[in-house]
Write a protein that binds this ligand. Structure first.
Ligand code: SF4
Ligand code: SF4
Length: 301
């Protein structure tokens, strides 16, 4: 059951976590993509494996590096970067599995250093490209090599009829799955509001956490004034190497290249009304709330 996945893949097992949007480039064109994509390399900076390793090792901490995109396997020498990082750190990678380099990755990376291999099954795009079997083959190969493959599936109206049978196919292969709510406009309907009651009852069986997903989808995951470890032991890094407190509050904490990176000594209050970091935010936020005076100070910083 998806709810158990949250316990199994508990992010707080790792003291230091960084969410790295390694590239904006993606080879797919999913019409529901929430991240702007580009074919342009102008907005990208490609670091060498040595530069990346030097940065992470210079922090003298062991990180869980949650790598997203775009499509991470579009990053130059991505498998080599993973090989280097997994000598010390652990990785979570969200990928559409389209790269032929997946096999090289599976053959050369220690699966115990991969916390989650989050494989996004974009059925419509895969079907358009005639590559549905390719996704399934790669999932099976990775699973056979001992990687923790977790298939995610967007509950899109175009694939609603087949969603459950697709999920069952992966379950039959021993591969865990979960569903993400669609956000955005399709056929002049705004999702997730446009799901029917029947559709939502079906979808919620496969959500990681119904309450969290609902709040996140409706931009209402509100931890305002709660102390949060974002900036202290959780960070966000964009494709230019800019480091910020989290993906929601993108204030500068330094840059991969600048060598001026710092971490806060203490948890600080959250200053926004919606946390886009969702499960990373949940893992970092605390019950304790700041006083009004502390909030006033925090907003001035
Ligand atoms: S694979 Fe992911 S990043 Fe690429 S277009 Fe689809 S949703 Fe966007
Ligand atoms: S609760 Fe979310 S938005 Fe607020 S500081 Fe923490 S990670 Fe950032």
């Amino acid at each position: 059951m998806p709810n158990n996945l949250l316990e199994k893949y508990d992010l707080t097992k790792f003291q230091y976590r960084i969410n790295w949007e390694i590239t904006n480039i993606c080879n797919f064109r999913c019409n529901y993509c929430i991240n702007p994509q580009t074919e342009s390399k102008n907005k990208e900076r490609n670091f060498t494996t040595e530069e990346i390793l030097r940065f992470f090792d210079s922090t003298k901490k062991q990180w869980l590096i949650l790598i997203t995109g775009g499509e991470p396997f579009m990053y130059p020498n991505f498998t080599e970067v993973c090989q280097a990082l997994t000598q010390t750190h652990s990785l979570q990678i969200t990928t559409n599995l389209s790269s032929p380099n997946i096999y090289q990755f599976a053959d050369s990376i220690n699966p115990s250093k991969i916390f989650i291999l989050s494989a996004s099954y974009h059925y419509t795009e895969r079907n358009r490209l005639g590559q549905t079997d390719d996704f399934i083959s790669k999932c099976k190969y990775l699973k056979g090599k001992g990687f923790p493959v977790l298939v995610n599936y967007v509950a899109h109206p175009d694939t609603m009829d087949r969603m459950e049978s697709d999920l069952m196919m992966f379950t039959d292969l021993g591969i865990e799955t979960f569903v993400l709510l669609l956000r955005g406009k399709v056929n002049n309907k705004i999702y997730p509001d446009a799901y029917t009651k029947k559709e939502f009852e079906m979808i919620e069986k496969y959500l990681l956490d119904v309450d969290t997903e609902r709040k996140a989808a409706f931009n209402n995951l509100n931890f305002y004034s709660h102390f949060c470890d974002a900036g202290k032991s959780y960070l966000f890094m964009d494709s230019l190497g800019n480091i910020s407190r989290c993906s929601t509050i993108q204030n500068r904490f330094g840059n991969l290249f600048d060598n001026n990176f710092h971490l806060n000594d203490n948890a600080e209050p959250c200053t926004v009304k919606n946390c886009n970091d969702v499960y990373c935010g949940l893992a970092a936020v605390k019950d304790k709330k700041a006083t009004k005076f502390k909030m006033w100070l925090s907003r001035k910083l």
